[in-house]
Write a protein that binds this ligand. Structure first.
Ligand SMILES: CC(=O)SCCNC(=O)CCNC(=O)[C@H](O)C(C)(C)COP(=O)(O)OP(=O)(O)OC[C@H]1O[C@@H](n2cnc3c(N)ncnc32)[C@H](O)[C@@H]1OP(=O)(O)O
Ligand SMILES: CC(C)C(=O)C(=O)O
Length: 532
């Protein structure tokens, strides 16, 4: 994909979508992802057809370097970027990680606001200008596609910002990003800043100007669109709007706003919007951050009509209360009703409709669970199938798997849980008491795995309506500063909780083994006690 400001066939400018779920998104506290999870998200972003995937910050750690490199190796359809400070070591590390990429981009940044320069960087403005020149030139020595960002641009002196942008362009930056790092700007101010740069900086109309907005005041998407109206032709965003503090501009909101209101924001993107729901669910499952029900585009209620007058209107003509169709974001209004009488063909067709491609083993496992669910549940909704398949896919390659969970509990007495786990191919069982059924199941798992990570978060939500709904549980575990999220879905809430706990344990083990490999079966606790 060329980084030119090309008009598309529609006569409208192309808007580059720069996805930073794997970098700024991962900066959300508690959202750290394993390499395997990042690769699954990168695969989904590739299918979504974003233009640029920011895969990480290569100098940050060995793990980040490995992730950028692995994404650069895997992704074929998008540009792959790594972040780098205005420091030679950062740029060399980014270039090294990006070697396998078909279209590598080095994204180098330095702050330009008086506060950041004086207090954080402890640099004089003139030294910052020199650092911009040196870093962009060095990056251009490695790759042709160099993005430069003026961190805290919206709190920078406009004259100094113009000089900084000019320095970056002269040194060879091909994209210039003006972030609202702390989510401080209003749409009018943010668009005025882009107009000012375009009017005053020589060469600014020859590079791609980019917006990067944080959501501290809930204005990230509005600010991004305002920048596009003023001439920005790249927006930086994340799936579900995850990111540092209150998050980044949500990709799905920007893309659907442009698609729905092309009359006021006249640009086009190449995003396959029908992949949006799947991407949103994957990011939610991996990070453990549930999407709020009323979230635009991807919230459970985004296309739900509850009140009679609305239902009546939608039945007569969907456009009465829908400004976009659920199908356009990958939500199915399929006529294929699934239940316990459905066979493999219908199940395979349903998965295909939903955009899943499973290997033979995963398909057979999912089909078995789908039939078991059908025996217990009257209506099987698309959400049930999504929860079940996501759960199966996420746990398929795990070393520890839940075989069975049987729990007895009654009011006024301790609960007891009988748990069997498959650990590296060997089944082990134990029966343990707890304060309640979930506590008992977790205690049993801890006994079987031989260590007790600290439980930071436990959440349950019903996948669909009704008392026979599947439960989807999220567990976050912490051990020696490492955290891992796990999710599990099942019609039995305690089993869903146990699956989520075990999923998180598997991820912790991967993190732990990177520093000190050891067999699971004889795990020696490196934390004496966790949550007990
Ligand atoms: C706005 C953003 O989102 S920027 C991206 C933020 N993301 C992250 O920070 C996540 C990854 N970060 C990390 O892993 C670490 O912070 C590292 C590896 C980058 C650096 O770690 P450390 O060397 O221990 O430094 P530390 O993080 O404590 O401090 C940052 C240093 O970088 C300097 N720095 C910050 N930004 C820049 C920049 N753009 N260019 C050059 N130097 C910079 C700071 O002034 C400070 O320098 P000092 O040590 O001389 O005081
Ligand atoms: C590094 C830059 C692009 C950033 O993340 C910010 O300013 O928020």
């Amino acid at each position: 994909m060329s980084q030119e400001k090309t008009a598309t066939g529609s006569g409208q400018d192309h808007l580059y979508i720069f996805d930073t779920t794997l970098r700024d998104g991962e900066q959300s506290p508690g959202a750290s992802m394993t390499l395997e999870e990042k690769l699954r998200i990168a695969e989904t972003l590739d299918a979504l057809k974003v233009d640029v995937i920011e895969a990480g910050f290569a100098i940050a750690s060995e793990g980040d370097f490995a992730c950028v490199k692995a994404v650069a190796e895997q992704v074929r359809g998008c540009t792959v970027a790594s972040l780098a400070r205005a420091a030679p070591g950062d740029i060399e590390r980014a270039a090294e990680a990006l070697v396998p990429a078909i279209r590598p981009r080095i994204h180098t940044f330095i702050a330009t606001s008086p506060l950041h320069m004086k207090v954080k960087l402890q640099m004089q403005p003139e030294a910052v200008l020199e650092a911009i020149h040196a870093s962009v030139s060095k990056a251009r020595g490695h790759v042709d596609d160099v993005e430069w960002s003026a961190e805290d641009a919206t709190r920078s002196d406009p004259d100094f910002l113009c000089r900084a942008v000019e320095a970056a362009i002269r040194a060879g930056a091909t994209t210039v990003n003006l972030p609202d790092t702390v989510g401080y700007a209003t749409p009018e101010e943010y668009s005025a800043m882009f107009a000012d740069i375009l009017a005053r900086v020589p060469g600014a109309d020859g590079v791609i100007l980019s917006a990067h907005c944080h959501n501290d005041l809930g204005l990230a998407v509005a600010n991004s669109l305002a920048a596009v109206k003023a001439g920005a032709r790249q927006v930086e965003c994340t799936i579900n709007g995850i990111g540092e503090r209150a998050g980044n501009a949500a990709m799905e909101e920007i893309v659907m706003a442009i698609r729905t209101r092309g009359d006021v924001v006249p640009v086009t993107t190449r995003v396959e919007t029908t992949e949006i729901t799947k991407a949103s669910r994957l990011v939610s499952a991996v990070t453990g951050f549930a999407v709020q029900n009323n979230k635009a585009i991807v919230g459970a209620n985004a296309f739900a009509h509850e009140s009679g007058i609305h239902q009546d209107g939608v039945l007569k003509a969907a456009e009465t209360y829908e400004i976009m169709t659920p199908e356009s974001v990958g939500l199915n209004r399929s006529s294929l009703v699934m239940g316990k009488h459905s066979g493999r063909h219908a199940f395979a067709e349903k998965l295909r409709e939903m955009g899943y491609t499973l290997g033979e083993n995963a398909f057979q496992e999912c089909f078995k669970r789908f039939k078991a669910l059908g025996d217990r549940k009257k209506h099987i909704y698309d959400e049930d199938i999504i929860a079940l398949v996501d759960d199966e896919v996420a746990t398929a390659s795990n070393r520890i798997r839940v075989v069975s969970v049987t729990t007895h509990s009654s009011s006024g007495a301790k609960a007891v849980s009988d748990v069997t786990l498959d650990i590296d191919g060997e089944e082990r069982s134990t029966v343990v008491y707890g304060e309640g059924p979930v506590d008992a199941a977790f205690n049993a798992i801890k006994d079987l795995i031989g260590y007790r990570p600290h439980l930071q978060l436990f959440q349950v939500h019903a996948v669909t309506q009704g008392t026979d709904a599947q439960a989807e549980c999220t567990v976050r575990l912490e051990e020696s500063g490492r955290t891992a999220n796990g999710q599990g879905a099942h019609e039995d809430t305690v089993t869903a909780a146990a699956r989520a706990y075990v999923a998180a344990v598997n991820k912790l083990m991967v993190k732990r083994e990177k520093t000190a490999p050891q067999p699971v079966a004889s795990v020696t606790p490196d934390v004496a006690a966790g949550d007990g």
